[in-house]
Design a protein around this ligand. Structure first.
Ligand SMILES: [Zn+2]
Length: 80
């Protein structure tokens, strides 16, 4: 019986591990301060999904849902 218990526990941990890891990474990255593209101070905070607000200069810009600048966004900036 103890063997069966351990197996079930291991399975559950394995199933949720990658998701939980990713979630932690995203949330921590989201909560940390980000560099403002206008005044380059690290006081940019997420206002809502995809909207970022700089507390210092009041600059508001659209970015990624969880990070102010995404690889796709940087690519589109280069094109323009
Ligand atoms: Zn700023």
């Amino acid at each position: 019986m103890p063997k069966k218990k351990t197996f079930g526990l291991r399975l559950r941990t394995r199933g949720g591990m990658s998701v939980r890891k990713q979630w932690t990474r995203i949330t921590f990255g989201m909560r940390g301060s980000h560099r403002c593209p206008r005044c380059s101070s690290r006081s940019v905070k997420r206002d809502s999904v995809g909207v970022w607000d700089c507390a210092k200069c009041g600059y508001r810009f659209a970015g990624g849902a969880y990070q102010p600048s995404t690889k796709t966004g940087q690519a589109s900036m280069r094109i323009r």
